[in-house]
Design a protein around this ligand. Structure first.
Ligand SMILES: *Cc1c(COP(=O)(O)O)cnc(C)c1O
Length: 423
């Protein structure tokens, strides 16, 4: 079910006009779709008192997108200095920000405490002694280890570099309490791009158990628990979507049971990135070549590494493609099997491999679906190709530039420096 019918209806027939004004290539994001997904999430979790989404900034770190999240009352999930700084520049403060770093430097802990601080999510037991001053509100990232396995993408928890071991978690809260912490949270992330909601429900169940265990040992109650991100989206036409209504309903039930037994209910936090924006973005590129080698090739005017690196680096990543004629009408008719490629000197620069598509002519547009999360954000300048501009289709129908294309000056900027030689 990739790009929704509604998004197609809003966008495809406008593409000739948009491409002639902005040129190609570009990513374009759909404000209406993002708002509907976000408002939908809030509505589903209405029965969970204090539910809060923290959008995972790394999925699409562009201010205009983060401001849409802000309007919906969402917080920011940050994990690097630049993400923290960007969130603060937009006015996010204190408990609007979940900061989940790992292998964290002292300088980064300092930065996280500035400007009203944030909710600090500690990733290792050793960090408890190293944070000065120690915050009143503290969260630990839990790694369940052998107790369960994650899904294929995130791998096996015992091999993951994140979080406190099961046998360390009580000790973490004990030390935090000794250091003056008064409010507590619990976090974990054990799945990625998982469309079976049962995995996430299992995370809810697991974290509720851990909070009960910590409470028994130390007598502390929790402000919140954070099941983080990992809810998947249907990239392939016959993929089933993540059943968010079922997750909301069954989580509410588990929290209710917990509160009957424990006498209080912690808030539920979530850090969805892909689920929030993934389906609400597409890459638009121009077909510039048709080439016949041992395979048939359709070449477009941007590269995977610069524009959507997922199909290049993940064997299993699939992004649907729609071919439009220059007037913006989807090509119909006879299919051909092609590789859709960029210009990079690297053979995995393929947006699609052996894909059956209607015949694409030079001058046509390639629309690659579901690039709203982790697609432009993961790109790089490898081989010196520039990352494309980003546009936003506003809900009033206007189209706005929200990030300009990179220029050669950007690329060469790090080559301007003062001479520095150690003799
Ligand atoms: C990447 C990440 C997320 C978002 O993951 P999605 O799969 O995009 O939902 C959330 N929380 C943390 C800590 C992350 O590292």
């Amino acid at each position: 079910m990739p790009m929704s019918e509604e998004f197609q209806g809003r966008l495809l027939n406008r593409l000739p006009e948009i491409t002639s004004y902005f040129g190609t290539p570009f990513h374009i994001f759909d404000e209406k779709g993002i708002l509907e997904t976000g408002e939908g999430l809030k509505a589903l979790f209405k029965t969970v008192e204090g539910f809060q989404e923290y959008y995972a900034v790394k999925a699409l770190p562009t201010p205009a997108i983060l401001q849409i999240m802000q309007k919906m009352g969402f917080g920011m999930d940050c994990s690097s200095p630049s993400e923290l700084i960007m969130a603060r520049q937009l006015g996010f403060r204190g408990e609007d920000i979940m900061f989940s770093s790992n292998n964290t430097s002292e300088a980064l802990f300092k930065l996280s405490a500035e400007d009203g601080g944030c909710i600090l999510n500690i990733d290792d037991l050793s960090m408890v002694e190293r944070i000065n001053p120690f915050p009143k509100l503290i969260c630990f990232r839990y790694n369940p280890g052998e107790r369960r396995t994650g899904n294929a993408i995130i791998g096996i928890p015992v091999e993951a570099k994140y979080g406190l071991r099961h046998d360390q978690i009580v000790e973490g809260y004990r030390r935090a309490k000794d250091r003056g912490a008064q409010r507590f949270g619990l976090h974990t992330m054990v799945i990625s791009n998982e469309r079976n909601y049962q995995y996430m429900l299992e995370t809810v169940r697991m974290l509720l158990e851990i909070m009960e265990m910590v409470n028994q040992a130390l007598g502390i109650q929790f402000d919140f628990f954070n099941i983080s991100g990992g809810a998947g989206i249907p990239y392939r036409p016959d993929d089933k979507p993540f059943d968010m209504p079922a997750l909301a309903r069954e989580s509410a039930g588990l929290i209710k049971q917990f509160s009957l037994k424990q006498g209080y209910a912690p808030r539920l936090f979530m850090e969805s990135g892909r689920y929030m924006t993934g389906p609400h973005g597409v890459l638009v590129a121009r077909v510039i070549n048709r080439m016949s080698k041992y395979r048939e090739y359709v070449g477009v005017d941007t590269s995977t590494w610069a524009a959507n690196v997922r199909p290049a680096i993940y064997e299993s990543a699939y992004h649907q493609i729609t071919i439009l004629d220059p007037a913006g009408r989807p090509r119909q008719g006879a299919q051909e099997v092609v590789d859709v490629v960029g210009p990079l000197c690297e053979n995995n620069d393929k947006f699609a491999r052996q894909r059956s598509l209607p015949r694409a002519e030079i001058g046509d547009l390639m629309v690659q679906h579901d690039t709203g999360a982790h697609s432009p954000a993961m790109g790089s300048n490898y081989n010196g190709w520039l990352r494309p501009q980003q546009l936003l289709l506003r809900k009033d129908g206007s189209v706005e530039l929200i990030r300009r294309a990179e220029t050669l000056d950007d690329l060469f900027a790090t080559l301007k420096y003062e001479v520095k030689v150690l003799k």
